[in-house]
Each structure stands twice: as structure tokens, then as C-alpha cells.
Design a binder for this molecule. Structure first.
Ligand SMILES: [Zn+2]
Length: 507
């Protein structure tokens, strides 16, 4: 079956399998193409734009992914969870003379949220968002169980690792993506169980290899050519990899080398009936990527241990029957059109952030609640009576079975993952009537330009006091002591791009 997307006007396909899912979940076929549906979800995810601001209750200085110019109150986390705060004090009666998204927005503007998404225990890692169980980490996002890790996203169970995306079980590694089980890996992608190597792609169980593609169980290979141990070590030394110019040159050589190989099947692992890449130990997966241990999933991204999900982003651990939602964690099921649903939540519709809640509709930042509508408490009987009336009202306003419109997001478009994956210029954002976050003036400094030495050997601790400027976006950035030690120890030149540009390059 073919349909035309309401926004992009592009034709998109609805498969027989999709139709079975929609029937099972009692939903009609979508009105938007998969890309527009994904964009509508991603605009709710601001992982990495962090700000200093004040807590709206205690006036303490806090770090938050909500900038000061947002209308709603933002509390420090301890205060939000304290007895002083009850988000059911902010409620609305459903108004059948208005459309639902408008009423929801009004409620969004008054309900308090907390500053940053961190699950304890967290130690010395205050600049991390959507993170749990981290120690001594800095600017890592959507990451868990990490120690001494910096500037990474979707990094799990790793230590002493910098600039990595969609990786797990990494140690002493740098600038890599889609890799697992690594020790000292640099500038690599789509590889597993390797060590002491640079520039690998699609490799399995390789050690001491340089600029190689599609190798398995190899040692001392350079550009897929076998060398003796002695020759290998001499050649690597002669490359002088601590120099920025040499690393850039090698990056270009490697890009050319990759072109000699056809796309490798290693990217599909232990799967049954899957399309697309970056899918592991899964069954019946279509039009999705970064999927692990899942079954019956379509049009989704970054999902682990989930079943029967369509149009979903960022889910993990025992998740089932989800449609058009983002960020759902830990034992949650029957969730539709929701953002951030955590821990044993069930039967939620159109909610923005719910902890351990069940049978709620249109609620905002609730915890341990049941039978609420627009944050107002109802009895079970009342809830069951009013919900069908709301649904028939929303059918009349053409809102039912649609995820929230982009401007219902609490973030501006260019603060979110939507900007990372579907980048728009300021003019394009404003032309579409989306909200645009202006760059804060204080982030651009006038300073004496510091020339970073080409060779890491010539860089000393003085650099830690310097403000550097990204060669792509001109955003200022600084080095931390932890990263300078890492660069020196591993003979890696200081990056000339800011952490955000480096991330965009990786993803
Ligand atoms: Zn930059």
C-alpha cells in the first residue's frame, strides 16, 4: 500500500507487516513518511545542549538541558523528587472547545521539570545527560556504566575512552563508532574484539593492524598487507602519528583504501530476517538501525531488548508494544505517543515524562500515578468514562493517532537530535515556523589566537589555559587535563574541531 506524506509530499510504502502491527495496536496507517515521523520524535531529544541556569525553586545555579529562556519551571533534581514538589498541583480540566495539543502546550508551560537526566550512582560526572552509573566522565550522552570517558554518545560499559559513538566495552579507545570489545582502538568503525589498532573497518579479532578493511584473526597488517612484527612496528613508528598533518593524511588514504572493498556483511550479525545495518542478535527488523536483542521492530533507532515496536527511538530493557514514542526504559509496555517513560510504566497515551505510572493520558512529568488526565486525578471509573469522549473529540480535531507537532517539544529544533540527523539552517527552521535557539553571545570570545603545535610531543600543559577555536564552526572549546593526558600517552594529536563537530562527523 502506498501513501503520500502530509509534510514532505513524498510517497511512502506501508507493508503487509506494518498493517498487521497497526491492526494489533488498533491504530490507523500513519499520515507521515518514516523520516518525518522520526524527525517529530527526535525534536524531543536534547541530549547535548547544556546550559547554566537557576533552579526555579531554590535559585541555586544548576546545569540543565533546558535553557533559561524556556517558559516552564526547572528544578534541581533533589528538589523535584522532594515532598515540596507535586506535579499534580498543576492540572487542567479537559476543555472540549479547544484542541488537545494546544491544551497540552498550556500545561507544559507550567509543570516543573528537573534539570538533567541522570540515574544514580553518578560520581564526578555532572556534565552528562541521559546517563547512569558513570564516574569521572565529561560530556557523554545516552551512556551508561562508564569511567573516565569523554565527548561520546551512546557509549556503554567502557573506560578511558574519548570521542566514540554507538560503542560498548571499549578501553583506552578514541574516535570510533559502532565497535564493541576493544582495547586501544583508534579511528575505527564496525569492528569487534580487536586491540592496539588504527583505522579498521569491518574487522573481527585483529591485533596490531593499521588501515585494514574486512579482516578476521589477523596481526601486523597494514593496508590489508601482511608484515612481520618487526617490519610492522618500524613502519608504524615511521608514520609519526602524533602529528596532526600525518593523521589527516592517513585518514584520507584510508578513505581511498575503503573504496576498494564492497560493503561487508559483518555489519549484520546473528540475525534473522532483517534489513539495514547495525542490527545485532535480532529477528524481524525492518527500516531500523542500532538494534540489539530485539524482535518485530520497524522504523526505529537505538533500541535494546524490545519487542513489537514501530516508530520508536532510544529504548532499552524489556520494552513491549510501543508506537511513536521516544526514550522508554526498563519494563514498560503499551506506550503510545509518549516521550521519556521510565520504570514499570504501562498503558500511557500522549505523556511527556512519566516515572512508574500507569493508565494516564496527556500527563506531564508525573511519578507513581494512575488514572490521570492532564495531570488531574480521576477515579478508575471516571477515567474509563472520560477517555473515550476525549478520543472522539481528538478524532474530530484530526489529532488522534498523531504524535505531538514539532512545536510541542520543550526544546528548540537546533538544540536536539533532529538537528544532528536532519540539519536545517536558521532560515529553514524559521521558514517552517519551528523554534530556533540563537547562539548565546557569551560563547564567542575575542581572544588571541593560539596555534596548536602540529606534534603532540610539542604540546605542554599551557594549552589547558588556552581557548581553542573549532576549524569548522568556530565555536570555542578547551582541553581537559584528562584528555591531554590521553592524547600524550597514546600519541594522538590535539583535535582541531570542537566536540560537537567531531560527533557530527562520526554519526
Ligand atoms: Zn565545531
Amino acid at each position: 500500500m502506498k501513501k503520500i506524506c502530509k509534510i514532505s509530499k513524498k510517497e511512502f510504502e506501508i507493508t503487509k507487516k506494518d498493517l498487521e502491527f497497526y491492526e494489533k495496536m488498533w491504530v490507523p496507517t500513519p499520515t507521515l513518511c518514516p523520516e518525518e515521523r522520526q524527525k517529530r520524535r527526535l525534536v524531543w531529544q536534547n541530549m547535548s545542549s547544556l546550559y547554566y541556569r537557576e533552579c526555579s525553586a531554590t535559585w541555586k545555579k544548576i546545569i540543565s538541558n533546558y535553557s533559561n529562556d524556556k517558559k516552564f519551571p526547572v528544578y534541581e533534581k533533589e528538589y523535584w523528587f522532594s515532598n515540596e514538589n507535586n506535579t499534580l498541583n498543576f492540572w487542567k480540566d479537559y476543555d472540549f472547545s479547544k484542541n488537545f495539543f494546544e491544551q497540552f502546550k498550556e500545561l507544559q508551560n507550567i509543570v516543573p521539570r528537573f534539570s538533567i537526566q541522570q540515574q544514580e550512582p553518578m560520581e564526578n560526572s555532572k556534565y552528562c545527560n541521559f546517563a547512569s552509573n558513570c564516574k569521572n566522565c565529561y560530556l557523554i550522552f545516552d551512556s551508561d556504566f562508564c569511567e573516565n570517558c569523554l565527548y561520546s554518545n551512546v557509549l556503554k560499559n567502557s573506560n578511558n575512552t574519548l570521542d566514540c559513538s554507538y560503542c560498548h566495552d571499549m578501553q583506552y579507545s578514541y574516535s570510533s563508532k559502532n565497535c564493541e570489545i576493544w582495547y586501544k582502538l583508534f579511528f575505527s568503525s564496525n569492528s569487534i574484539n580487536c586491540s592496539e589498532s588504527y583505522f579498521l573497518k569491518n574487522c573481527i579479532s585483529c591485533n596490531f593492524c593499521f588501515c585494514c578493511v574486512g579482516l578476521e584473526n589477523k596481526k601486523y597488517n597494514i593496508f590489508n598487507k601482511q608484515y612481520s612484527k618487526q617490519e610492522y612496528l618500524e613502519k608504524i613508528k615511521s608514520f609519526k602519528l602524533g602529528k596532526y598533518e600525518r593523521i589527516s593524511e592517513m585518514q584520507n588514504f584510508f578513505k581511498e583504501h575503503i573504496k576498494k572493498f564492497t560493503e561487508n556483511k559483518l555489519e549484520w550479525r546473528q540475525n534473522e530476517n532483517v534489513s539495514w545495518n547495525y542490527i545485532y542478535h535480532s529477528k524481524n527488523i525492518s527500516d531500523s538501525y542500532h538494534i540489539k536483542d530485539c524482535e518485530d521492530v520497524s522504523y526505529s533507532q537505538s533500541i535494546q531488548k524490545a519487542k513489537n515496536c514501530i516508530d520508536t527511538t532510544s529504548f532499552w530493557e524489556n520494552i513491549e508494544n510501543i508506537y511513536e514514542s521516544a526514550t522508554v526504559w526498563l519494563n514498560s509496555s503499551n506506550i503510545m505517543f509518549c516521550f521519556t517513560v521510565v520504570l514499570n510504566s504501562k498503558n500511557l497515551l500522549y505523556c511527556d515524562t512519566a516515572y512508574s505510572s500507569q493508565n494516564c493520558f496527556g500527563c506531564i512529568w508525573i511519578q507513581n500515578e494512575q488514572y490521570c488526565i492532564l495531570n488531574k486525578q480521576y477515579s478508575k471509573e471516571e477515567y474509563q468514562k472520560i477517555l473515550p469522549k476525549i478520543i472522539s473529540h481528538m478524532k474530530k480535531t484530526w489529532e488522534w493517532w498523531e504524535f505531538f507537532p514539532i512545536n510541542n517539544s520543550p526544546f528548540w529544533y537546533n538544540e536536539t537530535l533532529a538537528q544532528d540527523f536532519f540539519p536545517l539552517s536558521e532560515t529553514e527552521i524559521l521558514e517552517k515556523w519551528y523554534f530556533y535557539k540563537q547562539k548565546e553571545k557569551s560563547t564567542i570570545y575575542n581572544w588571541e589566537k593560539y596555534i596548536i603545535p602540529d606534534d603532540i610531543f610539542d604540546v605542554d600543559n599551557e594549552i589547558l589555559k588556552k581557548i581553542l577555536s573549532c576549524k569548522i564552526c568556530e565555536q570555542n572549546y578547551k582541553l581537559t587535563e584528562l584528555e591531554l593526558t590521553f592524547y600524550k600517552k597514546n600519541k594522538i594529536p590535539v583535535p582541531r574541531k570542537c566536540p560537537n563537530c567531531r560527533k557530527l562527523e562520526r554519526i
